[in-house]
Design a protein around this ligand. Structure first.
Ligand code: F3S
Length: 295
C-alpha cells in the first residue's frame, strides 16, 4: 500500500523551540522586546510574533529601552558588551549548543591558537562565533577552501563547525586540513539534532518515490535537507507551506517521505501531511516525532 512517512526529526529543534517560547513569554508579560534579527527563518512565526508586539531590529543605534532577545544563532562578544553599556536587559535565546562553541572559541583564542570555522561566513551563527575571537577566524565552506588556506607551519589551530553543517563535508574539510603541517584540534560541533535530521533524510529519501521538504527558502538547514534528499530521490520538492505544493505532481501509488527544517512550525508540517493523506487517501506513518504533528 502507498503511504506517507513523516521523519521523526521533522521541524523545530530544541534550541529554536526554546527561543520561540522565550519570545512568547516576553510578549505575554507585556515587556517591550526587540529581537536582534528575525528569530527564525520562518515568515509565519516571525509575522505572528511581530503582530503580537515583538520588534525586529538589525542595529542597536536607536534603542534606549526595552529588552533585547538574542535568537538561537547567538551573537558575538562585542554585542553583549554594547548591550551592557546601554543598560539594556538581555533575554538570551542563544541555543546552549551554540554557547558551547562560543566558549571553545574564546578559550582557544585567548590561548593564542588560530581559529578555523567550517560554515557560511554570512550565516548569523558563524558571524556570532567569529565574534568570540575578535573576528579573527578563518572561515571556510569547502575542502578546496581548506586546502587553499594559508596556515603557519607548526602552529596550533582549532576547527569548530556551524551546528547545521553537513557531516560529510566537514569530514572532507578536516581531512584536507590534516594534510597541512599544523597541530589541529577538531571540535565537531555539528548539532546532534541536525545530524539526526540529516541521517533520517538520507534513509527516508532512499526509500520513497517522492520527497517533500518543508521549510523557509532562506533556512540553510532546510536547504541542506533538500540537497541531501535530491541526491537520493530526484523527485524532491522544497515547499514553504502547503500553498506551494502542486498536488498534481503526486499520485495515489506514490510512496511519499516528508521532512522539515529546524525552523518549520509543527502546524505547517501537519497541514501538509493531512492534505496529502486526504487527497490520496494514504496511510500516514509518523516515525515518532513531535506530539504536535501526530495524527
Ligand atoms: Fe541548537 Fe541544534 Fe537547534 S544547535 S538551535 S538545537 S539545530
Amino acid at each position: 500500500m502507498s503511504k506517507i512517512t513523516v521523519a521523526q526529526s521533522a521541524g523545530f529543534c530544541f534550541g529554536v523551540k526554546r527561543a520561540i517560547e522565550m519570545a512568547y513569554q516576553q510578549i505575554e508579560n507585556n515587556e517591550k522586546t526587540y529581537s536582534y534579527g528575525p528569530l527564525i527563518h520562518n515568515k509565519e512565526v516571525t509575522g505572528d510574533l511581530e503582530k503580537k508586539g515583538l520588534t525586529i531590529i538589525e542595529s542597536l543605534d536607536n534603542i534606549f529601552e526595552g529588552a533585547i532577545l538574542v535568537r538561537s544563532h547567538g551573537i558575538g562578544k562585542a554585542l553583549y558588551d554594547a548591550l551592557e553599556e546601554k543598560g539594556l536587559p538581555v533575554v538570551d535565546g542563544t541555543c546552549p549548543f551554540v554557547k558551547k562553541i562560543h566558549s571553545i572559541v574564546k578559550e582557544n583564542h585567548d590561548a593564542n591558537k588560530g581559529i578555523i570555522i567550517a560554515g557560511s561566513s554570512q550565516h548569523p551563527e558563524v558571524v556570532g562565533i567569529n565574534g568570540w575571537c575578535e573576528n579573527a577566524a578563518k572561515i571556510i565552506e569547502t575542502p578546496e577552501e581548506a586546502s587553499a588556506l594559508d596556515l603557519q607551519d607548526g602552529a596550533e589551530y582549532i576547527i569548530v563547525v556551524q551546528t547545521t553543517f553537513r557531516q560529510s563535508r566537514f569530514d572532507e574539510i578536516v581531512a584536507e586540513l590534516k594534510k597541512k603541517k599544523i597541530h589541529l584540534l577538531v571540535f565537531n560541533t555539528i548539532c546532534s539534532a541536525t545530524e539526526k535530521r540529516q541521517a533520517e533524510a538520507v534513509s527516508l529519501s532512499q526509500n520513497v518515490d517522492k520527497m517533500i521538504v518543508i521549510g523557509d527558502k532562506k533556512s540553510s538547514n532546510t536547504q541542506k535537507l533538500v540537497e541531501i534528499c535530491r541526491k537520493n530521490c530526484e523527485n524532491t520538492v522544497h515547499i514553504e507551506t502547503i500553498c506551494d505544493l502542486v498536488l498534481n505532481n503526486f499520485s495515489k501509488n506514490d510512496k511519499i517521505g516528508i521532512t522539515a527544517g529546524a525552523s518549520t512550525p509543527p502546524a505547517i508540517i501537519k497541514e501538509v501531511v493531512v492534505t496529502m493523506s486526504e487527497a490520496f487517501d494514504n496511510a500516514v506513518q509518523n516515525l515518532g516525532g513531535s506530539e504536535e504533528i501526530s495524527f
